[in-house]
Write a protein that binds this ligand. Structure first.
Ligand code: SAM
Length: 247
């Protein structure tokens, strides 16, 4: 970045950034993704590094860290642009705040930032990082990865602002057939499905506008379509099916 000598301001022209990786995430659609990382620690994703950033020396000593920061593009929000104010779902979708006072995907450069658990660096095919607890949509482009450093990143005394969680607890249960499907799927794939479904539903992903009105909902994790019904604050998973069976 050069300095514009006339009025001594940094010339903040357009800078090129390019993805260094892409995320294969359990969240194959936006509906149901928790609003922040760590709210569903059974979420799993694989960050596949892209050439020329997929060189071993670029991740040397990364695996001594338990967590990493991931900077990424809200690629599925770019087409919707951005606005100076947004209505965070955590405030019931009614109150407007400045976009810089939010973590909305609809922000000027559509850049996201999440701290996630680093489980493993996988070198079997290419170079990828297996991470847990993310809030990434499948296909998310990654701009940068950095180690999470507790002595500087976890800030004692940091206040919650308006982000306090004030929602009625939700009870999640499964119909027998749905529970059986999850068990078989977990045996086949090694993916924790029922635990992740419960964690997602406990966040109550319903849009504020649909609470108290609609009774049955559906969302997708990996290649599974999950249907669930709401009665009072009991969310019952009524059916899990592979997506290709529905096509
Ligand atoms: N922790 C990040 C941050 O603070 O920048 C993300 C917070 S944002 C509120 C999380 C939401 O972004 C998810 O619930 C999901 O709806 C959305 N999201 C995740 N990945 C996305 C993508 N690639 N494109 C658009 N939206 C995405």
């Amino acid at each position: 970045m050069t300095t514009d000598t006339k009025n001594n301001k940094p010339d903040t022209g357009v800078v090129d950034v390019c993805p260094i990786g892409v995320i294969r995430s359990c969240y194959t659609e936006k509906f149901g993704i928790p609003r922040q990382p760590g709210m569903a620690d059974k979420a799993r994703a694989r960050i596949e590094l892209l050439a020329p950033y997929d060189r071993e020396e670029m991740v040397k000593e990364l695996d001594v860290f338990s967590h990493i920061w991931v900077q990424f593009l809200f690629h599925d929000a770019i087409k919707e642009g951005w606005k100076p104010t947004v209505r965070p779902p955590g405030l019931g979708g009614r109150k407007r705040v400045g976009v810089f006072a939010s973590r909305s995907p609809h922000r000027p450069n559509h850049i996201g930032l999440s701290a996630v658990r680093l489980f493993e660096i996988d070198r079997k095919s290419g170079l990828s990082l297996l991470v847990g607890g993310g809030d990434f949509l499948d296909g998310t482009p990654v701009l940068d990865i950095k180690p999470y450093i507790p002595y500087s990143d976890s800030l004692d005394g940091a206040g919650p602002g308006y982000s306090g969680e004030n929602r009625a607890p939700v009870h999640v249960c499964f119909l027998k057939e749905a529970e059986r499907f999850c068990y078989q799927y977990e045996q086949e794939t090694g993916r924790e499905l029922s635990g992740l479904i419960s964690q997602v539903l406990r966040q109550d992903p319903r849009p504020a506008s649909q609470r108290g009105r609609k009774r049955s909902f559906g969302f997708r994790l990996w290649d599974i379509n999950i249907r669930w019904e709401v009665r009072n604050n009991v969310f019952t998973v009524v059916e899990c099916r592979r997506v290709q069976e529905l096509l």
